[in-house]
Ligand binder design. Structure first.
Ligand code: ATR
Length: 278
């Protein structure tokens, strides 16, 4: 702790939040949210909550009954299961079928009510917008249809893209996601394909796969065939500068990093939990 800064003091007044996960050692939410609470002078703390899938419903019943527990950030493997346990879902949580935040509200009858929503995709779009890019009217190629990819595709559609091709190593997942997007956004053109799709002809190509986490990973698509000037965007946060972004920048493409997705998502989640973002 830097000299002169005050340690966070937890008292009986402190609001408690958790990040629910299995395993739990790798979670980053405490390091993201606790500094935001301190910076904003907010009397709250976020702690890791290690719960296995078998114990999820028991743990949630207990936390719901714990009156100073405001809510949870939700991560692997609970995002889909917790959506099913929520009393109410926000629009995005409902569409995606998964949540990354839940809040315990007091209902009028005095019972606690669990509200969930999904901010992964909105955080991504807000991060890209902060970098000066607008998805409105754009043709987008999204590579990856996993958990993060599902949320991002809906948010990109929400942000006004006119075409989304979703490519994925397992083509069936891309097709299913494209069908769900098309059903929700009838004026948008959406199609699902395998991972070996041609990357030519798009305004934006976004990597929503885990390729790039390891330095030896191949690039997720053939960058040489991307249209010149096409924006290349990444959701991987560590390393911040993936091989894809390096290679894209060297070829003169505008690039967007993955890291702002986390920062913007944290702000949206602070509002969801009922705190003003610092
Ligand atoms: P996350 O929640 O981070 O999205 P995930 O749900 O496991 O994690 O999704 C990982 C994504 O990266 C998926 O699109 C996955 O493709 P599959 O659906 O075929 O599994 C993709 N992915 C992971 N490893 C890959 C690889 N070696 N080559 C191509 N795609 C890969």
């Amino acid at each position: 702790m830097p000299l002169g800064s005050e340690p966070m003091t937890i008292t009986g007044h402190t609001t408690v939040l958790g990040v629910i996960s299995d395993p739990v050692a790798h979670v980053r939410a405490p390091q993201v949210f606790n500094p935001l609470f301190e910076a904003g002078g907010i009397d709250a703390v976020l702690v890791p909550v290690h719960v296995t899938p078998d114990g999820l419903s028991t743990a949630i019943a207990g936390l719901k009954a714990t009156l100073n527990y405001r809510g949870l950030a939700v991560t692997i493997p609970h995002k889909v299961a917790l959506a099913k346990l929520c009393d109410t879902l926000g629009d995005n949580g409902r569409r995606v079928g998964a949540v990354n935040a839940v809040r315990f509200d007091m209902a009028q009858d005095g019972t606690r009510h669990m509200v969930g929503d999904m901010f992964d995709g909105m955080g991504y779009v807000a991060g890209v917008a902060a970098g000066g890019f607008d998805f409105a009217g754009k043709r987008v190629l999204q590579i990856g249809a996993g958990g993060a990819g599902m949320a991002i595709a809906f948010a990109v559609a929400d942000a006004g893209a006119t075409h989304i091709t979703i490519a994925n190593r397992t083509p069936a997942k891309a097709m299913q996601l494209a069908e769900r997007i098309a059903a929700e956004f009838p004026s948008l053109e959406a199609r699902g394909v395998g991972a070996d799709t041609d990357p030519a002809g798009y305004d934006v190509i976004l990597n929503a796969t885990s390729l790039g986490l390891k330095p030896e990973d191949p690039l997720p698509f053939d960058l040489d065939r991307a249209t010149p000037g096409c924006v290349i965007s990444e959701i991987i946060m560590i390393p911040e500068r993936t091989r894809l972004l390096d290679a894209a920048e060297a070829r003169g493409h505008p690039i967007h990093f993955g890291r702002p997705m986390l920062e913007h998502q944290a702000k949206l989640m602070m509002q969801f939990f009922g705190f003003e973002a610092a």
